[in-house]
Design a binder for this molecule. Structure first.
Ligand code: MV4
Length: 456
């Protein structure tokens, strides 16, 4: 096991990694930008090193600064968390070149799954169900039109270097596809330095269901169940739950089998998530693979009693998985709500500022993962997530009522948050029935019932 790990991240995930390290008896080194000097992860770590100014490009994304901190602190490993450098294959190679273990997959795993059209083609060749569309990159408008003719409209044009919905465009006919192809390519070039795009049939009324994978260095792959992440705003997840309310045991078995086959076939290592689209008929299709621990990992931790971050560290230290698929048990129903410093009544505009006072919910079945405290200054430089409320109940009904209670108990003064939206969703009939899909939140916000409800 490592003696000392550098946590190359900030906020709640940095706190989460430090907690796992402390329980493993591993010393921790925090890195922070100057505006994060009073952050919780800096206070909890055994050592802390300032790596630059607020701008992520000059601090948390600055490979030279992070590697320098790792050398000065003499760490054996780096945990990247999510975001920042967590899916940067070049960073993995530099860590390896400096004889520092990267706690995550190999550079090859990241490279192959980072190009979404290559990932899609790899899965198709493995027999994993993929959305009908272009076999690989659509290099010309003609190739895009041909793919759309095979798939049938409407189609989505997706950026190979994108992912997470970035650069995604919908097209309903040849004219909009031709124009969309040129615009999506130009946008992808601007955003990612890579203009490659591909075409997929748009699966209407789909759900976003993902499978959590753990894989050690000895070929053992275990799936820890699914997470339904269909409630998103502009491709930012807000709510995740397990089990998926509409997945039956047969579909679950097939989805897990496909995810494990994919991970085994590419020689995947460490924690990863395979995202699927589940259509209204119950068929599912590979969407993309995330080669990092995800924000929503606690949903699976609570449902299965696994510590995913500890498993990551143990795998990276060369340990075999201590359990196999037969030992994985899912217990009850788990829901997570992301509390972001955004004003849901003002188009989710960011709401940085001083947290005058915060009181977290508690009681049976409530977990809070957060880095904030009364007096903490929420800065505008990084993502807006303040806390995750994770609740579990014996069944979905209890989990929903518990989340409603936890949201009512969550009190915060000084910044606006997404708590009121969570309260509204917990009372929404479609959500309570569990029959929502990816358009749920956009529809909810469109029909103004949320804003009207809040005006009363
Ligand atoms: C799709 C899709 C339907 N059909 N692809 C890709 C990135 C991820 N964040 C969402 N993605 C989707 N890809 C095909 N072929 C539906 C989604 C999707 C979604 C799309 C629009 C608005 C909200 C969404 C929430 C989850 C999934």
């Amino acid at each position: 096991m490592f003696n000392r790990i550098l946590v190359a991240n900030r906020g709640e995930i940095a706190v989460r990694i430090i907690r796992a390290c402390r329980e493993l008896g591993v010393k921790t080194v925090a890195v922070y930008s100057d505006v994060d000097a009073h952050s919780l992860h800096v206070q909890l770590a055994d050592e802390a090193i300032c790596i630059g100014p607020a701008a992520a490009g000059d601090s948390y994304l600055k490979i030279a600064n992070i590697i320098s901190a790792a050398e000065v602190a003499d760490v054996e490993a780096i945990h990247p968390g999510y975001g920042f450098l967590s899916e940067n294959a070049h960073f993995v190679q530099i860590c390896e070149g400096c004889n520092i273990t990267f706690i995550g997959p190999s550079a090859e795993n990241i490279q192959s799954m980072g190009d979404k059209s290559v990932a899609r083609e790899t899965m198709r060749k493995l027999g994993v169900p993929t959305v009908p569309g272009s076999k690989s990159v659509a290099r010309t408008q003609e190739e895009a039109l041909e793919a759309a003719r095979i798939a049938g409209y409407p189609v989505l044009i997706k950026a190979s270097a994108g992912g997470g919905g970035k650069g995604m465009r919908i097209a309903h006919n040849d004219v909009s596809l031709s124009q969309g192809f040129l615009m999506a390519s130009a946008e992808a070039e601007r955003a990612f330095g890579n203009s490659a795009v591909y075409v997929e049939k748009y699966i209407e009324n789909a759900r976003h269901v993902e499978i959590q994978i753990l894989a050690d260095h000895y070929g053992n792959v275990v799936a820890l169940g699914e997470r339904d992440c269909s409630i998103q705003r502009r491709h930012q997840k807000l709510l995740e739950e397990t089990p998926c309310p509409v997945l039956d045991s047969g579909q679950r078995r097939k989805m897990i089998k496909a995810a494990k086959c994919a991970a085994e076939s590419i020689g995947y290592r460490n924690a990863g998530t395979i995202e699927f689209l589940l259509d209204a008929r119950g068929d599912f299709y590979f969407m993309e693979m995330n080669t990092r621990v995800q924000v929503e990992h606690p949903v699976t931790e609570v449902a299965t009693g696994t510590d995913i971050v500890k498993e990551q560290i143990k795998i990276a230290a060369g340990q075999k998985l201590a359990f196999d698929q037969k030992q994985v048990r899912q217990q009850g129903h788990v829901i997570e709500w992301r509390v972001n410093a955004e004003d849901p009544f003002n188009n989710f505009s960011p709401s940085p500022g001083r947290i005058e006072w915060v009181h977290f919910p508690g009681g049976p079945g409530v977990r809070i993962d957060s880095h904030i405290y009364s007096g903490y200054d929420v800065c505008p430089y990084y993502d807006s997530m303040l806390a995750k409320i994770i609740v579990n109940g014996a069944d979905r009904e209890e989990a929903v009522s518990r989340m409603a209670r936890a949201l009512d108990e969550f009190m915060i003064e000084g910044v606006k948050t997404t708590v009121p939206l969570g309260q509204f969703i917990m009372r929404d009939e479609l959500f309570r029935q569990g029959t929502y899909h990816t358009a749920f939140l956009d529809n909810l916000l469109k029909d103004d019932s949320f804003a009207a409800n809040q005006r009363t």
